[in-house]
Design a protein around this ligand. Structure first.
Ligand code: GUN
Ligand code: ZN
Length: 434
């Protein structure tokens, strides 16, 4: 049976950095969703009356319905290591992260963490996430199985590394190959699950391991690649020392065939123009993680330099260097990180970065990211009336766009009513009246 989802709709029809009128807000909005979870029609509910005759309706009342958030970067085995000690990236990894990641060798622990982690993503309005998995095969199976059970769209892969960390986290080439191939087979038949070849970053990978990653990616052309780049000066110096024959950090990954349309490079704070030009030519994407960059003191992401070159940019929580699970709340930090650099973003641009822009960066814009007919009905319902102050503040706005801007800065998980993936409620806020 078709289902009619009712609420105030707000989404991006296209890229607002290129088309200033891309934002569409429909006050008495309706999404008509078919049995397969895809959007059959979108518009004002009165215009959909004829088409939706006989459909069951899910009325979200005063809630705003927004496309599900896309989290472009997060680490599953850092679920329990948010807000941990570290002077900077490399110190934090050694001191806090590696010991925490080693615990995922324990299958029972990994299973319980997987269920909690996926639930946190959905409870934050995230419907699509690109995630670094564990170094341990069983923990990654647990992550994919938890995602499948919860109904979230997940791109993930085994974090592979063979140097620069405690022995228990390192894989041999045979272990890495076997782990990646088994997990690729594990997710193959599920339309919501995708595999990402996930070399941690160049300092933790030998040339032989990076070559293996390139081979696996080539052998499975629909696989993704995720890794880190240009996050801190000390990390960049380490890469130059370890790979003296390569021009720069990007060249290391390009040399091994890891940079293409389905590659997502996290951070890219300290990129020179030459690297940005080559990223644009290679059609890869970058993920910006504002709270992580501030927390580790890594620097200020140059968004404008990426936008000028049409490099797709996703937003990531980067759990656990990031300090919150919510991409929605990261968007307010995106705004501030650009403000201090003199680059002013509006509501449409912010919402785009967390939704359609993220989907484009993950090469999933044919599936999710906005309310276009034919896409999966992935959305969150956010009810500003749940918080008296927020309701008062919105009352004083002069336009819906201004209201959206306030929501982007002021609404939190507390106002989230439910998260839907493919038309199904994947998470419902049990504390909120319906
Ligand atoms: N670079 C390599 N590994 C990591 C990680 O776990 N977090 C962050 N923020 N950067 C990294
Ligand atoms: Zn990361």
């Amino acid at each position: 049976m078709n289902v009619l989802h009712l609420g105030r709709l707000a989404h991006l029809r296209n890229n607002p950095f290129q088309q200033p009128d891309a934002l569409e807000i429909i006050d008495r909005g309706a999404l008509l969703v078919g049995n397969d979870g895809r959007i059959l029609a979108v518009g004002d509910r009165s215009d959909l009356a004829e088409q939706s005759r006989g459909a069951r309706s899910v009325d979200h009342g005063s809630a705003w319905l927004l496309p599900g958030m896309v989290d472009g970067h997060s680490h599953f085995p850092q679920y329990h290591v948010t807000a941990a000690a570290g002077a900077d990236l490399l110190d934090w990894l050694e001191r806090s992260v590696f010991p925490a990641e080693a615990r995922f060798a324990d299958q029972e622990y990994a299973q319980s963490a997987a269920a909690g982690y996926v639930d946190r993503l959905l409870a934050s309005g995230t419907t699509t996430a690109m995630v670094f998995g564990s170094q341990f095969l069983g923990a990654n199976r647990a992550l994919f199985d938890a995602a499948k059970a919860a109904g979230i769209r997940l791109i993930a892969g085994m974090t592979v590394m063979d140097r620069g960390a405690p022995e228990s986290l390192l894989q041999t080439l045979d272990q890495a190959r076997d782990g990646m191939e088994r997990l690729i087979a594990h997710v193959r038949s599920d339309p919501l699950l995708h595999y990402a070849v996930s070399p941690r970053f160049a300092p933790a990978c030998s040339p032989a391991l990076l070559e293996l990653c390139g081979d696996i990616h080539r052998a499975h052309p629909d696989s993704y690649v995720q890794t880190h780049i240009n996050e801190t000066p000390a990390e960049i110096e380490r890469v130059a020392r370890l790979f003296p024959e390569r021009h720069d950090y990007l060249d290391v990954y390009q040399h091994f065939g890891l940079v293409g349309r389905r590659s997502l490079l996290a951070h890219d704070i300290h990129a020179g123009d030459h690297q940005l030009e080559r990223m644009a030519d290679a059609h890869c994407s970058v993920c910006h993680c504002p709270t992580s960059n501030l927390y580790l003191g890594s620097g200020l992401f140059p968004l404008q330099r990426h936008v000028q070159r049409n490099i797709p940019v996703a937003i990531g929580t980067d759990i656990g260097a990031g300090t919150r699970f919510s991409v929605w709340q990261e968007l307010a930090e995106v705004y501030k990180v650009q403000q201090v650099q003199g680059y002013r973003l509006n509501a449409a641009q912010l919402l785009y970065l967390g939704t359609l822009g993220g989907a484009e960066a993950l090469d999933l814009a044919h599936e999710t990211g906005n309310f276009a007919v034919g896409k999966s009905a992935d959305y969150l319902a956010l009810d500003p009336l749940a918080t008296p102050y927020l309701a008062e503040r919105l009352d004083r706005c002069e336009s819906r766009e201004e209201q959206l801007f306030c929501l982007l800065h002021l609404a939190t998980d507390k106002e989230l009513r439910a998260t839907f993936v493919a038309g199904q409620a994947a998470w419902v806020n049990c504390g909120m009246p319906h």
